[in-house]
Every structure is written in C-alpha cells, then in structure tokens.
Ligand binder design. Structure first.
Ligand code: PLP
Length: 404
C-alpha cells in the first residue's frame, strides 16, 4: 500500500466500529432453498430468485444448448458484432411480455438505469426520485447532470410541489416494488402526475416482474398501466427470471434513442447469448407457472401473520393507492430492527440456527432503519417459514438480553 492510501485502514476500522462492515460468504452450491455454506446446509431466506428458476432444469439445459450453439463469449458490444439471434429473439419476447413496442437488453440493471437517465436527461432538465429508490436509480439521476430532487417515500403531494417549481424535461423515477421494504409505489398517482409532454415516468420493476400479475407482468400489469401511462419500464433478469441481465421496454423512439445514446449500452460487451437463451426458457416458466406466484403469496401471508403474532415489525406491504390485501404481497418481507450492530448479531444467530437472512444496514437503508431482509421463494415449504419464525423469535429475544 502506498502512503497515498494509508488512510484506508483507518476508514475500514471506522466502518467496522459502526457495525457497517460488509463481507462475503462463499457458497458451494447452486441457488435454491438450501445453500451449502462452510460445509453446512442452510436454509436460504435472502435470495432474489423469487420463483426458484435460477437452477430450473429447463433453464439450465437452455443455457447449455445456448453455449453449444453460440459459444461462451459474445465477442463485442451489441453495436459491433455481439448482438446475436438469441438476444434479438429475447428482446422481442420481452416486448410482448411487457406489452410494449420494443425492449432493449442491457448487461445489468445497474447499467440499464444509469444508461437511460444519462441518455434522456442533461443540464436544464430535472429528475425526481423517491427517497428509497435503488442505488442505481439514484446514481443514474446524479450522473445525468439534471437537477436532482428526492421526495419522501411515496409522497405524491411533495412530488407535486417539486414538479410545479421545475423547468425543462422532467422525469419521475421510482422503484415499482421497493427493494428493501417490499412495498409498492403509488404508481397510479405518479402516472397521473406524469401525463404531460414534458414530464415522463420511469418505473424500475425489478422486484415486481415475475412475482405480481396473472402472468408475471409485474406491478404495472396489476394496476393496468400501459406504455402511455408509464413510458419507461425497466426490468432485471437476475431476480425472478433467475438468470442475468436487464432490459428497458417502451416506445420505438425510446429504444432507438437508447441505442444511439446510452453509454452503458454502447460501450460494453453484450451478455453471453447463452444467457439470453436461458432467459427465454425462464420467461416461458415465468408466464406459465402461476402456481409459483400463488405459492409466494401464500407463504408471504403466512410469514406476515406469524411475525405479527410474535410482535415483530414487518414493513407495510402496499402503497397508498393499493388495497392492503393478500393478493398483492411481494416476496420481500423485512423485519425492522433499527440498530445496525444488533441486526448483524441477530443475523449471525439465525445463521447459527441454520437460516441465511441478510442484515441490511445503512447506507443501503436509512440511518436507524437496519433490518433483516427476509425474502421468500416459491420453492419454500410452510415448514421453512414456521421454523424461521421460531428461530427469529429466539434470535431476537436472546439478542435483547445481550444488548438491551
Ligand atoms: C437489483 C436491482 C437493480 C440492479 O440490477 P442488476 O441486474 O443486479 O444490476 C436495479 N434496480 C433494482 C430495484 C434492483 O433491485
């Protein structure tokens, strides 16, 4: 380490002292309900593979067939020679799935969000973001150079006032299902605010697509919001779809503009064609397997009822505009703890008891909002939920005694 970076070790100690140190776990198995970790089998309650497709046999064999057909690397960016027939077919299928004119694949969701915002906005414009938006949306807004406004979580009134004061092109940007809270954005109200030529709406439905809607069409599908209501829809493929990558869906002009201008699209290697082939297979399961969604909903309801009985603090599950009912529950069911150090302790106790539940701390969530981010999968059994609830109760109460 050169002297120029000697402050890093001090900084690392500060991070650790605040209970905010992050470290990785090395997993020795495929994604699934059971993970192999340090020679133990543990029950997984922190994956975003909500529908259990990351290791589905049809998805795996489509991936292998994709490698046989296209090899491994895509060779270049989409605009050079990396855009295969597989990518193209997947884009057409995603456009049909989301009922949009077209869809455009990006290598990751982070890049999709940054790419859209930096392509569409610049100095003189303004971007409005929910305070709890995913980091990639916040970063995209900041990088765009537009005036950057955050409104309180789901606060349509505050947003309305901010919009009234702004000039230039205005873009409202929100998660559909919020990634750390599992609740829903008030999309109908946001769409009503965006109904003018100068104000657009972008929704990142990374956690809604696949999970919500009769055929997995996500929160927008549930609410009947079409391309005119929400001109920019972003989805990720690494969550419910169980594979990798992301896409933007919208009008022909939007997609063509991104192809011309989105730097995170132009200046990066296309994801492997075999990943696109695997995603085409998983999209079929997403659409057809409504039982996975029904199962998730029923498990989420069971978890919430159990947690409530134990006096644990669940997050709100619905936004303003939605009825609080079990037909709209997301797969994300966090338990708010508050203190970061204590959240980590509880998470460690859960791991010792055989359950992997991630401790989410600032800056991923607001200060004092540390939580156990419990995520459910369609492949969980009722007994897993019940066992987790018992372990949660014990881990939290023991932890109460040690750090009051
Ligand atoms: C995961 C996630 C992303 C980023 O997607 P990646 O493909 O993992 O880069 C963007 N937005 C939200 C809301 C997410 O949860």
């Amino acid at each position: 380490m050169t002297a120029a970076f000697s402050h890093l070790s001090v900084e690392l100690q500060t991070i650790a002292a605040a209970g905010l140190y992050r470290s990785r776990r090395v997993i020795d198995s495929p994604q699934g309900i059971y993970l192999q970790l340090e020679g133990r089998s543990i029950v997984n309650f922190c994956s975003n593979d909500y529908l259990g497709l990351a290791n589905h046999p049809e998805v795996v064999s489509a991936f292998k067939a994709g490698v046989d057909q296209y090899g491994v690397g895509s060779g270049s960016a989409h605009l050079i020679c990396g855009h295969s027939r597989a990518h193209h077919a997947l884009e057409e299928e995603l456009a049909a799935f989301t009922d949009r004119d077209r869809a455009l694949l990006f290598s990751t969701g982070y890049m999709a969000n940054v790419g859209v915002m930096t392509a569409l906005l610049g100095r003189g414009d303004a971007v409005f973001e929910d305070r709890l938006n995913h980091a990639s949306l916040l970063d995209g807004g900041l990088m765009s150079g537009a005036r950057f406004k955050r409104y309180a979580h789901a606060d349509v009134e505050q947003l309305k006032q901010q919009l009234a004061r702004a000039t230039g092109h205005k873009l409202i940007v929100t998660d559909g299902v919020f990634s750390m809270d599992g609740d829903f954005a008030p999309l109908k109200a946001l769409a009503a605010l965006a109904e003018s030529a100068t104000t657009g709406l972008m929704v990142d439905d990374a956690h809604g697509l696949g999970v919500l809607g009769q055929k997995g069409g996500g929160l927008l599908d549930c609410l009947g919001l079409n391309q005119d209501d929400v001109p920019i829809l972003m989805g990720t493929l690494g969550k419910s779809f169980g594979t990798f990558g992301a896409f933007i869906a919208g009008s022909d002009d939007l997609i063509e503009t991104l192809i011309q201008k989105a730097r995170t699209y132009i200046y990066t290697t296309a994801l492997p064609a075999a990943v696109a082939e695997a995603t085409r297979a998983s999209l079929k399961r997403v659409i057809a397997d409504n039982w996975r969604r029904e199962r998730l909903r029923s498990l989420a309801g069971r978890f919430r009822r159990g947690a409530e009985q134990l006096g644990l603090e669940c997050c709100q599950s619905s936004g303003d505009s939605l009825e609080q009912n079990e037909s709209l529950l997301s797969a994300i069911q966090p338990i708010i703890i508050g203190d970061s150090q204590r959240t980590v302790e509880i998470s460690t106790r859960l791991l010792n008891a055989g359950f992997l539940v991630s401790a989410i701390r600032p800056p991923t969530v607001p200060k004092g909002g540390a939580r156990l981010r419990v995520t459910l999968s369609a492949l969980h059994e009722e007994q897993h939920i019940d066992q987790l609830l018992v372990a949660l109760d014990q881990a939290i109460n023991v932890s109460n005694v040690i750090t009051p």
